[in-house]
Design a protein around this ligand. Structure first.
Ligand SMILES: Nc1nc2c(c(=O)[nH]1)N[C@H]1C(S)=C(S)[C@@H](COP(=O)(O)OP(=O)(O)OC[C@H]3O[C@@H](n4cnc5c(=O)[nH]c(N)nc54)[C@H](O)[C@@H]3O)O[C@H]1N2
Ligand SMILES: Nc1nc2c(c(=O)[nH]1)N[C@H]1C(S)=C(S)[C@@H](COP(=O)(O)OP(=O)(O)OC[C@H]3O[C@@H](n4cnc5c(=O)[nH]c(N)nc54)[C@H](O)[C@@H]3O)O[C@H]1N2
Ligand code: SF4
Ligand SMILES: [Mo]
Length: 763
C-alpha cells in the first residue's frame, strides 16, 4: 500500500556507519521523547525504565542485569523511543473519529496513524458505517460477547496476541478462549521465532533459550547469526562488550555489514563517549542469504574430521554417550557435506570458514545467538537444528558460558507462550487447566496466524479479537490478509495506539483502548503490578508510573475478565471479578497451573524477580527419548532464478515493528525515505539497473497472482550477492501467504524471490 503520507522522494544516502550508539544515540532518544511528551514525563519514564521497582521496557526482550548490577540509565536509544512513543501526550478523541472517515484513515501511513497519539475511549464501527463512533464499555463488550455466543462453533473465533501483553492478561485470555471452547490462539511468535521454538522443542525438549547474561559474559566464543542487535537489541552490545573484556570472541554472520556488529561506543561509559569504542566482531562472515544451514553443516563436518585426526580431543564423547541420541546417523550424514555446495550456498571462501573453525577449536564455551535472519527462511527449522547439532557435538549445552540463545523480539513474547498462548499447547498444560478450573479444554490444535488468515478468507473464521499488535500489517500477503479481515463479521482490537488493523476491519469493528506498560494500574483503590518474562527466562514485575492516558481506559486484565463474564456467564470455578480486582489472585492460579511458577506472587515481588528453571541446564532433556537429539538435515539453499534476487524484509533503526517513527535508518545511511531497496552494486550491474533507479518490486510465486510493491528507489549497498533488503511492513504485500517455513509455518519474510522492474507508474 503506498500511503499518501509516506515520505516522498527526499531520499539521501550517506555511507553506512561502522559503529553503533555513542553520543548520537542519546541525542536521538531525547529528541524523539521530547517531541512526544513533556520533559517531566520523559524524566519519569526514563528514570523508571528497567529499574527493579519500575517499568519494564516495552521494547525488546533483552534482559536486564541483576538489580545490584544495574546502571542508573539501564536503557538504550530505542528503548527510550519505545516508552515515550507510548507515554506521548497526544490523544485520539471522539472528535478525531468524527472528522476522519475510516476510508480516509486507511489512506494514511502507518507513521501518521501512530503519531495521532493514545486512544482514549471505546469506539465502534457499525455495519455499513463510514466512521467510528463512541460506544460505552458495557455495550462494546456485550456486542462482542453476543457475536461470540452466536457463532456455530467456538473455532470460528480467533484470539490473536502480540508480545507486549503481560503474563496476567495472557493467562486470562487463553483461559477464556479455552473455556469458551477453542485453541485458536495465534500470536506474533507464529511470525517470529516459531522456527526456533519448533527446532529446539524437537531436539532439546524445551523451546526456549538456555543461556543467561552471565553465560554470555563468560563465553569464549559467541556467534551472532542473522541478527541486527545495534538496532533491535541494543543493550546486547553492552553484554558482548563484556564478553570481549573477559577475553571472549565474537563471530558475526550476516548478509549485511550491520554497524552494531562492527564497533560499539557504550554511551553509558566514559570510554564510549570519547574513545573509539569496542570492536564487536572478531570475524564477520558476509554470508549469502539462506546460507547458514550450509555454514553450520561445514563446521560440523570439520569437527568430525578434526576428531578423526586427533581422536578424543574435539568431540565431547561422554556427553554424547550419556545425553544424546542420533549421533551415528548425524555423523555419517555430516561427513557427506560437500564443500562445493557449502561455498556456493554461503558465498564465503574456504579460508574464511577455516578461520572460524580455528576459533571454534580454541573455545571451550560457545554460545550461538540468532534472530529473524534464521527463523524466517523456508529452511529455518533445519538451520536451527544444525546449530543445535553443532553445540551438542562438543557438549556446549547445559554448562556455564555455553548454549542456545534465540534472541526474542517483543518484551513478553516468551512469557505469553509460557502462559499458554499457543495454538498447540501440550496436553499436560490443558490437563492442569482442567484440574484447576474444572472444565475440559478442547484438545484439538487451534489455528496459527497463517492458518487463521486462510480461515477468515474462506469464511471458516468470522470473529477476530486482537489483544495488542497490528495483525493486518504484521502478517504476509497484505492484499489477501486485508480481504480476509474485511470478510469477518466482527473484528475487535485491544490497543494503545491507532494502527492499520483498525482501518481494515470487519462488518462491525471495535477499538478497545487500554492501559500501556507506563500507565499506573489501580483496581479497587489498590495499585497493581504485572509481570513479564524476558528472553533469558527471567520473570519480573513491571509497575506503571504515569497517570493513565485517559480516564476511560481499562487494563487488559479488566477487558478480558469482563468479556469472559459476559460471554460465559458467572461461573464460581473461574472468579473473573476477583481476577480483575486483584492481580495477585491471577498469579495464585498461574502458580498452580504453569510449571516453574510455584509461589509466584511472593517470588516475583522480590526486586529483579526470579529465573525460571530450564531443565536443559541440568542436562535433562524432556524429549520423548529423554535425550537431546542429533538430526540429519539435507543440504538446501534458496533457489533464485536468473535475473531475480532474494529479498529480505527487515526493520530500520527508527521503527517498532509495523510502526515507523521516522523515515531514517541512520546506521545504514538511509535518510528521509522508506521505499528503498538495498542491492549489491555488482548485482545492479549484472541486472543493468542504475543506482537510485525507480523500480517496482515484483514477487514471483507459483500461484500466478501478481504481488507488486510500487515505486522503490534502488540503493547500491553492500548486501551479499544475490540478495536485496527492504523495509517491513511496506513489503509484506510481496510475501505469499503460502510461502512458509517447513514445519513451523512461519512466513518466509527473509526469503522472497523478486525481480526489479522499472516503475510502472513513476511517482
Ligand atoms: N528498534 C526495534 N527493536 C526491535 C524491533 C523493532 O521493530 N525495532 N522488533 C523486535 C522484534 S518483534 C524482533 S523479532 C526482533 C528482530 O530482530 P532482528 O532479527 O535483528 O530483526 P530484522 O530487522 O528482521 O533483521 C534481521 C537480520 O538478519 C539478517 N539476515 C537476513 N537474512 C539473513 C540470512 O539469510 N542469513 C544471515 N546470517 N543473516 C540474515 C539481516 O541482514 C538483519 O541484520 O527485534 C525486536 N526489537
Ligand atoms: N515482512 C515481515 N513481516 C513481519 C516481520 C518481518 O521481519 N518481516 N516480523 C514479524 C515479527 S518478528 C513480529 S513479532 C510481528 C509483530 O507484529 P505485532 O506484534 O502484531 O505488531 P506491532 O507492530 O508490534 O504492534 C503494534 C501495535 O500494538 C499496540 N500496542 C502497543 N503496546 C500495547 C500494549 O501495551 N497493550 C496493547 N493492548 N496494545 C499495545 C499498538 O496499538 C500498536 O499499534 O511482525 C511480523 N511480521
Ligand atoms: S535493549 Fe531492548 S529492552 Fe533494553 S532498553 Fe533497549 S529496547 Fe528496551
Ligand atoms: Mo518478533
Amino acid at each position: 500500500m503506498s500511503s499518501i503520507a509516506d515520505p516522498g522522494d527526499d531520499l539521501s544516502v550517506t555511507p553506512p556507519k561502522t559503529w553503533a550508539a555513542g553520543v548520537p544515540a542519546v541525542a536521538h532518544a531525547l529528541e524523539y521523547s521530547l517531541a512526544q511528551t513533556s520533559p517531566r514525563r520523559t524524566a519519569l519514564t526514563l528514570l523508571n525504565i528497567n529499574q527493579a521497582e519500575g517499568i519494564d521496557c516495552p521494547g525488546c526482550a533483552w534482559p536486564e542485569p541483576a538489580p545490584g548490577k544495574r546502571h542508573r540509565n539501564e536503557y538504550c536509544e530505542n528503548g527510550a523511543k519505545h516508552i515515550n512513543d507510548e507515554a506521548t501526550s497526544r490523544r485520539v478523541t471522539r472528535d478525531f473519529f468524527r472528522e476522519h472517515s475510516i476510508a480516509e484513515l486507511d489512506g494514511m501511513s502507518d507513521h501518521w496513524l501512530n503519531q495521532q497519539g493514545r486512544l482514549t475511549e471505546p469506539m465502534v464501527k457499525r455495519p455499513g458505517a463510514t466512521h467510528y463512533e463512541p460506544i460505552g464499555w458495557d455495550e462494546a463488550l456485550e456486542l462482542l460477547a453476543r457475536e461470540l455466543r452466536a457463532l456455530d462453533s467456538p473455532d470460528e473465533a480467533l484470539f490473536y496476541v502480540s508480545g507486549r501483553l503481560n503474563n496476567e492478561a495472557a493467562f486470562l485470555l487463553q483461559l477464556f478462549a479455552r473455556a469458551y471452547g477453542t485453541n485458536n490462539l495465534p500470536d506474533c511468535s507464529n511470525l517470529c521465532h516459531e522456527s526456533s521454538g519448533y527446532a529446539m522443542q524437537e531436539t532439546l525438549g524445551v523451546g526456549k533459550g538456555s543461556v543467561s547474561l552471565d553465560d554470555i559474559h563468560g563465553a569464549d566464543l559467541v556467534f551472532v547469526v542473522g541478527q541486527n542487535p545495534g538496532t533491535n537489541h541494543p543493550r546486547m552490545l553492552s553484554a558482548l562488550e563484556e564478553t570481549k573484556r573477559n577475553g571472549g570472541q565474537v563471530v558475526a554472520v550476516n548478509t549485511l555489514p550491520e554497524a552494531g556488529l562492527m564497533r560499539f561506543k557504550n554511551p553509558q561509559k566514559a570510554r564510549g563517549v570519547i574513545g573509539r569504542g569496542t570492536a564487536i566482531a572478531d570475524q564477520f562472515l558476509h554470508i549469502r542469504a539462506g546460507g547458514d544451514l550450509a555454514l553450520f553443516q561445514a563446521l560440523n563436518r570439520m569437527l568430525l574430521e578434526a576428531e578423526d585426526a586427533a581422536p578424543g580431543t574435539v568431540l565431547d564423547h561422554a556427553f554424547i554417550a550419556a545425553h544424546t541420541t542420533g549421533f551415528t546417523a548425524f555423523a555419517e550424514h555430516a561427513r557427506k557435506t560437500s564443500w562445493e555446495d557449502v561455498l556456493r550456498a554461503t558465498g564465503l571462501t574456504r579460508d574464511e570458514i577455516e578461520q572460524v573453525f580455528e576459533r571454534v577449536l580454541a573455545s571451550e564455551r560457545i554460545i550461538v545467538c540468532w534472530a529473524m535472519g534464521l527463523t524466517q527462511h523456508k529452511h529455518g527449522v533445519p538451520t536451527i537444528r544444525e546449530v543445535v547439532n553443532f553445540l551438542l557435538a562438543r557438549g556446549n549445552i547445559g554448562r556455564p558460558g555455553a548454549g542456545v540463545c534465540p534472541v526474542r523480539g517483543h518484551s513478553n513474547v516468551q512469557g505469553d507462550r509460557t502462559m499458554g498462548v499457543w495454538e498447540r499447547v501440550p496436553q499436560e498444560f490443558l490437563d492442569s487447566l482442567e484440574r484447576e478450573f474444572g472444565f475440559t479444554p478442547p484438545a484439538r490444535h487451534g489455528l496459527d496466524a497463517v492458518n487463521g488468515i486462510r480461515a477468515m478468507y474462506e469464511g471458516r473464521a468470522k470473529v477476530f479479537l486482537g489483544v495488542a499488535g497490528n495483525f493486518v500489517r504484521a502478517t504476509p500477503d497484505s492484499a489477501v490478509t486485508e480481504e480476509a479481515m474485511r470478510r469477518c463479521r466482527l473484528t475487535a482490537h485491544v490497543s494503545t495506539k491507532l494502527n492499520r488493523s483498525h482501518t481494515v476491519c470487519g462488518d462491525t469493528a471495535l477499538i478497545l483502548p487500554t492501559l500501556g506498560r507506563s500507565d499506573r494500574d489501580v483496581q479497587n483503590g489498590v495499585e497493581q503490578f504485572v509481570t513479564v518474562e524476558d528472553s533469558m527466562s527471567e520473570v519480573h514485575a513491571s509497575r506503571g508510573k504515569l497517570p493513565p492516558a485517559s480516564p476511560h481506559l481499562l487494563s487488559e486484565v479488566a477487558v478480558v475478565s469482563r468479556l469472559a463474564r459476559r460471554t460465559l456467564g458467572d461461573e464460581p470455578a473461574i472468579p473473573w471479578e476477583r481476577f480483575e480486582a486483584d492481580y495477585g489472585t491471577i498469579r495464585d492460579r498461574i502458580s498452580r497451573v504453569v510449571p516453574g511458577f510455584e509461589d509466584f506472587d511472593a517470588r516475583v515481588a522480590v526486586p529483579g524477580g526470579f529465573r525460571l528453571p530450564n531443565p536443559v541446564n541440568e542436562r535433562v532433556f524432556p524429549t520423548p527419548s529423554g535425550k537431546a537429539v542429533f538430526t540429519c538435515n539435507d543440504f538446501t539453499m534458496p533457489h533464485v532464478p536468473e535475473g531475480h534476487l532474494l529479498l529480505q524484509t527487515l526493520r530500520s533503526h527508527d521503527q517498532w515493528n509495523t510502526v515507523w517513527y521516522a523515515p531514517d535508518d541512520r546506521y545504514r545511511g538511509i535518510h528521509n525515505a522508506r521505499r528503498v531497496v538495498l542491492v549489491n552494486p555488482a548485482d545492479l550491474e549484472h541486472l543493468g539497473i542504475a543506482d537510485r533507479a525507480e523500480v517496482d518490486l515484483v514477487s514471483v510465486w507459483h500461484d500466478g497472482r501478481e504481488r507488486r510493491a510500487e515505486n522503490f528507489r534502488v540503493v547500491a549497498y553492500p548486501a551479499s550477492r544475490g540478495s536485496a533488503a527492504a523495509y517491513y511492513p511496506e513489503t509484506n504485500v510481496l510475501v505469499p501467504l503460502d510461502s512458509v517455513a517447513d514445519f513451523s509455518n512461519c512466513p518466509t519474510s527473509k526469503g522472497v524471490v523478486i525481480r526489479l522492474e522499472p516503475a510502472r507508474d513513476p511517482g
